[in-house]
Design a binder for this molecule. Structure first.
Ligand SMILES: [Zn+2]
Length: 319
């Protein structure tokens, strides 16, 4: 039996014109490559926000993995494969195992912060506050807002409903979201709302409102930004807020099909004048107009509003 195998092997070897030793040299690396191909990283490319972590795993082997990063200032990795994003940039994480080196590209980005202010609250506060830093002119801290002429809904409720939908949408898109309020029963002045955005170092501050008019025929949406002559906000806040206001009104109207009333430039809004960050107010529609009042009260239309605004925020950061 043993003799027979040797004879066959020799015969085969002779037939193929190669020796048995050559056969083994050719065969061994093939087997090894096949096994090595099964050794894989669970992730080979990933974008991480600064401060966030991700754990990499090697499958197809139970041998010890040695982890390293080519740029520890951008991303570090522990002996167990836990990657932490340190600063904006690109780093490669290497996993050495069984003589093989696997790599994962880590792109570190800054997560953008959006502060959302659902305009007004259940009950206004008529105590006064200056309309901006150093201003003599004073306005009510926060008003109650308008009411739907047909639905009888409070503007503050509609604003809050859209704010919550916008929060969900933005979190889904990777933004960090801070809400000025998540309920009706609060007492936060317009200056305090701006302070929340300033303290959060918001990349954008979005203030949600609805309009009211004595003329029921008026409909459509518009955004508000400071004028180029605004004396309360910095030059950078003026230009970025104007850019933000344009981006949001265009995306909003595109998604909701609301009439585009463009950007209004005003310097009498406390919640804008106290800002140290890019800010805009979106007036989503007229609650004094039958069609818009009814639309704004529906969850489906509120979702359209939120997605339109989110698109506008995305576009603002793209430009
Ligand atoms: Zn309002």
């Amino acid at each position: 039996m043993f003799k027979k195998i040797i004879t066959i092997s020799l015969t085969l070897g002779l037939l193929l014109g190669i020796t048995i030793s050559q056969v083994s040299v050719v065969q061994n690396p093939v087997i090894e490559v096949q096994a090595k191909d099964k050794i894989k990283l669970n992730v080979t490319s990933k974008t991480l926000y600064k401060g966030k972590s991700l754990t990499l795993k090697v499958s197809g082997t139970n041998k010890k993995v040695t982890w390293s990063s080519d740029k520890t200032s951008v991303a570090t990795v522990t002996s167990k494969g836990k990657v932490t994003a340190k600063k904006v940039g690109i780093a490669y994480i290497y996993a050495k195992v069984s003589g093989k080196t696997l790599k994962c590209k880590i792109t570190v980005k800054n997560q953008k912060i959006v502060v959302i202010d659902a305009g007004h609250q259940a009950k206004g506060n008529n105590a006064k506050e200056p309309i901006g830093p150093g201003a003599k002119e004073k306005k009510a801290k926060v008003t109650t807002g308008t009411t739907g002429k047909w639905t009888k809904k409070k503007e503050s409720e509609i604003n809050l409903a859209v704010a919550k939908k916008l929060q969900t949408e933005l979190v889904k898109r990777g933004y960090k979201v801070i809400m000025v309020r998540t309920k009706q029963n609060v007492n936060i002045s317009n200056k305090q709302r701006a302070d929340i955005a300033n303290k959060a170092k918001a990349d954008v501050f979005i203030r949600l409102h609805c309009d009211g008019s004595s003329n029921p025929k008026i409909s459509g949406a518009h955004t508000i930004a400071p004028t180029s002559k605004n004396k309360y906000v910095s030059k950078n806040v003026k230009t970025s807020s104007q850019k933000l206001a344009k981006s949001i009104i265009n995306s909003f109207c595109k998604n909701t099909k609301a009439k585009n009333r463009s950007v209004s430039y005003r310097d009498d809004m406390s919640g804008i004048n106290w800002c140290k960050v890019p800010v805009t107010i979106i007036e989503m529609g007229f609650m004094s107009n039958k069609q818009e009042d009814k639309k704004l009260a529906t969850s489906a239309y509120q979702t359209k509003c939120a997605i339109g605004i989110a698109n506008g925020i995305d576009n603002y950061f793209k430009k």
